[in-house]
Design a protein around this ligand. Structure first.
Ligand code: SF4
Length: 435
């Protein structure tokens, strides 16, 4: 880090999409795709913006470049406020900050030669001299590892890797300072992915290029990125130097994502990988910590001594009962009582039948909690779903759904937002590790 202003400095960036209804297009809600994120990219640095699909990464990239106008927040580029730019300034900015798309196939017009496509940004920015355009195009194609003569080929004549190199050439031909690359290798074979990422790191080193790499693939982050920002449902939940975040993730979401990355030693202890379900709907994000509906480490209620696995299964059931779970379809009241016949099915009691049916522990580690669960299951078996749901919600509340965790920093350039970072909620050793 230097005292100089970062090349890109994003503060409190928000992008909401209104949901309208009726003849007058009355606003009925908002899709909170990006909800107040901060991130920065220095010159000569590759920063990864990581998260599952649907967490808002691509929207953040587009709002940063004002391809989609941000709802709120500031974007500073080289010290200037991009959000205040007029059209002319914006055009100049787009020459210095380029976007590379995921799918090289759809980013080329099949009727244009590679040379014509790569030259397009030069034409848009007013370079009328054809010979000069041709020289720049050939030089840029060579810089990305293609031949100058590839300018005369057509997209269908290029392999996927060659096309992605040509897409990079088109982004680089205006000599930008910043590249925002949205999943630039996810459509490519594994063998070609490393080549394209090597090329990006070489361009960073040779040209001092700043790169914001948008990706869902944590395995490429450690090898190719300097810093990482982990995004979940519109928010950055953890950020820091890539190696440190990878070696010692502070946020359960980062731990769950890294658990799915192959490691050289399969016997090494690894975080539990039970990240279930999909990213919830950004139009109705969960309360408190947005990750609480899927978090493998969600904090149990203080009043009960619940063992981690039993608590997670109880919470999943509770969320499913109230229709807040994203990992399974909300079951209907009939489905909940299906399978309980007059004599309790295969089990002695309706409660035991429901426990077996809905992956609940036959016995919770806390007697008081066990009694409450029995009571709720009996209500459910009697067809009183709302009463059952209310009882579980009142008794088994977690701080994770009540309070939004503030961002905490315990090392230079590292931040994470999780209640587990408070001493009183720290997980017990090995509580969430699998061997
Ligand atoms: S605050 Fe709670 S739900 Fe959110 S990540 Fe931390 S432990 Fe999980």
């Amino acid at each position: 880090m230097t005292d100089e202003a970062p090349l890109l400095d994003v503060r409190g960036l928000v992008k909401h999409y209104p949901i309208t209804e009726g003849f007058w297009n009355r606003e009925a809600g908002r899709v909170r795709a990006v909800d107040g994120i901060d991130l920065s990219v220095e010159r000569g640095e590759i920063v990864a913006l990581v998260g599952e699909s649907g967490c808002g990464k691509s929207t953040a990239a587009r709002a940063t470049l004002r391809i989609d106008e941000p709802t709120a927040g500031t974007v500073r580029f080289d010290g200037d406020d991009v959000t205040a730019y007029d059209r002319r300034q914006l055009k100049r900015f787009r020459r210095r900050a380029q976007l590379v798309f995921q799918d090289p196939d759809s980013s080329f017009d099949p009727r244009l030669s590679i040379g014509q496509s790569v030259a397009e940004p030069l034409t848009v920015h007013g370079m009328a001299d054809r010979a000069r355009r041709r020289r720049l195009v050939e030089g840029t194609l060579e810089r990305v590892g293609l031949a100058a003569s590839d300018a005369d080929r057509y997209p269908h004549e290029l392999s996927g890797g060659e096309k992605q190199r040509a897409a990079l050439a088109r982004a680089l031909v205006t000599d930008p300072d910043l590249l925002i690359a949205d999943e630039p290798v996810s459509a490519l074979d594994m063998s070609v992915q490393a080549d394209v990422l090597d090329l990006l790191t070489r361009l960073r080193d040779e040209l001092g290029l700043g790169v914001l790499l948008v990706t869902h693939d944590l395995s490429i982050v450690r090898a190719f990125c300097d810093r990482v920002c982990v995004m979940y449902l519109g928010e950055i939940v953890e950020s820091g130097p890539a190696e440190a975040v990878f070696d010692d993730p502070r946020h359960p979401y980062t731990r769950a994502l890294s658990a799915s990355v192959p490691v050289p030693d399969p016997r090494a202890p690894r975080p539990a990988a039970d990240l279930v379900g999909d990213v919830p709907d950004a139009a109705a994000p969960p309360s408190g910590c947005r990750f609480h509906t899927r978090c493998p480490e969600v904090i149990p209620p203080a009043d009960y001594d619940l063992e981690a696995d039993g608590w997670r299964r109880l919470l999943r059931f509770r969320l499913r009962l109230s229709g807040q779970s994203s990992d399974v379809d909300t079951a209907t009241a009939t489905e909940f009582t299906d399978g309980i016949d007059g004599d309790g099915g295969d089990h002695d009691t309706p409660s035991a039948t429901l426990r077996s049916e809905f992956d609940l522990p036959m016995r919770l580690s806390d007697d008081g909690a066990n009694r409450i669960l029995d009571e709720a299951l009996e209500s459910l078996a009697a067809g009183e779903r709302e009463a059952a749901s209310e009882l579980l919600e009142t008794e088994f509340q977690t701080v994770c759904e009540r309070e939004s965790p503030p961002s905490r920093s315990d090392a230079p350039d590292r931040e994470a937002s999780c209640h587990r970072l408070r001493d009183e909620y720290e997980a017990k050793p090995d509580e969430y590790e699998v061997h």
